[in-house]
Design a protein around this ligand. Structure first.
Ligand SMILES: NC(=O)c1ccc[n+]([C@@H]2O[C@H](COP(=O)([O-])OP(=O)(O)OC[C@H]3O[C@@H](n4cnc5c(N)ncnc54)[C@H](OP(=O)(O)O)[C@@H]3O)[C@@H](O)[C@H]2O)c1
Length: 143
């Protein structure tokens, strides 16, 4: 039996991520979804709760656990990792919608932004590189 191509997608619970799950599901991909929220039972794709991983990408330990869980689920599900889409991202605003800036934004807030937007994608890519290579996924270098 041939293995099912699988997409690991962060930030699947709404917006662009939500649309991405629908698109890949329609093309018969398995989609392992990742976000802080639990799986919503009214989601319109077949994968369901068993393919959802609740993870806070702002928490590095949480990411390590999620990587182990993803690797296990790929193994159990007779599927290959075809793509990792690091879609989750945050852009918090200050008072009255003000943009973050170097003087007023706390360092804690900056750490969180960089953890979610920058370090989490690196941690996921590193954690799943073996599975990605097995799935013949190509590493894309971004300079
Ligand atoms: N919409 C635009 O016009 C636009 C333009 C340029 C770039 N982008 C980028 O494209 C991506 C998607 O945009 P969007 O508008 O669809 O964003 P969105 O509606 O704000 O959704 C963000 C997603 O990321 C997840 N997320 C946020 N923080 C997380 C965390 N700490 N851990 C795990 N998941 C987390 C959220 O799920 P939970 O809340 O369940 O965790 C949600 O599913 C983002 O990276 C955004 O910066 C969007």
């Amino acid at each position: 039996m041939s293995k099912q191509k699988t997409l690991v997608l962060t930030g699947a619970s709404r917006g662009i991520g939500h649309a991405t799950v629908k698109r890949f599901s329609a093309e018969k991909w398995r989609v392992i979804t990742c976000s802080r929220q639990a799986f919503a039972e009214d989601c319109p794709w077949p994968a369901g709760a068993e393919d959802h991983i609740q993870v806070d990408l702002a928490n590095p330990e949480n990411i390590d656990k999620a990587v182990c869980e993803i690797r296990q689920r790929l193994k159990n599900g007779n599927s290959i990792l075809g793509a990792l889409v690091n879609n989750a991202g945050i852009s918090p605003k200050g008072e009255e919608g003000a943009r973050l800036n170097s003087l007023d934004t706390t360092l804690d807030d900056w750490h969180q932004v960089f953890q979610v937007n920058f370090f989490a994608p690196i941690m996921l890519a590193r954690g799943l590189v073996k599975e990605s290579e097995e799935g013949k996924g190509e590493r894309v270098k971004v300079n």
